[in-house]
Design a protein around this ligand. Structure first.
Ligand SMILES: [Mg+2]
Length: 288
């Protein structure tokens, strides 16, 4: 027998109504809210007890409430901060630089460990750079020769944010000299880039990185958000990123939006009130 989707929804609605009414009136209201708003509802499991059903619906209701709160914050944000690697661009720039310098495999493994958030950021950065030891010439050739790949629709997203007079920042544990061409592509002023600086000796040999930069230490992205809030008096700031170091920046950021379009990290998804894999979702919420 073929059942149309509207009949199915009505049938599902009635079954829920009968079961849930036995346990808690509020639950029924919540489920009807799902149906009325065409939202994804929890699957109907005939083996669920009314208590389990109530819990399932309550948990879904809390998630929906979190998501709605997140979308409200997103729409009213004064400033939006994006992570760069695996967020604004599709790759991890330090891995690409390592490959360019012939140290790809050694560094990629360490980057993955660092992204999980279990390693001191500055230490992880120092270890990887000590392996790569890029010269100033290698860095310059890398920037000119290896074109970054922007994530689909990030350009449209930044355009829409600018159109609404929201300030856009790039906050990265990567390197400013590599990120500036990305910022230029997105019409983001270079003064809105928070990132690390590599140092070189006079002969061009690698000499370390500037440890005074906020982004060179653990918790650095949060420190950068706090800094720009203090400097500009923004009431609402949103951080968008793929990694745990981005999630850690909220607070002081008022909202973290997890992005999984380039790299999927379950621990980030689990902690995100709002997790997207396509920047068009963020654009659409601005337009609604
Ligand atoms: Mg990243």
């Amino acid at each position: 027998m073929v059942i149309s989707s509207s009949s199915r929804n009505l049938l599902v609605s009635r079954i829920y109504h009968v079961i849930a009414a036995r346990s808690q009136r509020r639950t029924v209201t919540t489920y009807h809210h799902y149906l009325n708003h065409n939202q994804t509802h929890p699957p109907l499991n005939p083996h669920l007890s009314s208590l389990q059903l109530t819990r399932t619906l309550s948990s879904s209701s809390a998630k929906m409430s979190n998501l709605n709160q997140a979308k409200n914050i997103w729409r009213k944000a004064n400033a939006v901060c994006f992570d760069v690697d695996s967020t604004v661009i599709q790759e991890e720039a330090i891995d690409e630089l390592a490959k360019y310098c012939g140290k790809g495999d050694e560094v990629q493994q360490l980057t993955m460990e660092a992204m999980k958030g279990g390693m001191d950021f500055r230490q992880a950065l120092a270890i990887r750079l000590d392996i790569i030891r890029p010269t100033s010439t290698q860095l310059r050739n890398f920037i000119h020769g290896e074109k970054h790949r922007l994530t689909p629709y990030v350009k449209e997203l930044v355009y829409e944010l600018h159109k609404r007079e929201k300030e856009v920042y790039l906050i990265s544990g990567g390197f400013k000299s590599i990120i500036i061409p990305v910022a230029k592509d997105l019409n983001i002023p270079t003064s809105n880039v928070y990132a690390n600086k590599l140092k070189f000796y006079y002969d061009g040999e690698y000499a370390g990185f500037d440890e005074n930069q906020l982004t060179s230490r653990s918790g650095g992205k949060g420190a950068a958000v706090r800094d720009l809030k203090e400097k500009h008096g923004y009431e609402t700031v949103v951080m968008v990123g793929d990694g745990m170091t981005d999630w850690e920046a909220a607070p002081p950021a008022d909202l973290f939006i997890g992005f999984g379009g380039n790299a999927y990290r379950p621990e980030v998804k689990n902690k995100s009130k709002w997790y997207v894999t396509d920047f068009r979702d963020l654009v659409n919420e601005l337009r609604d």
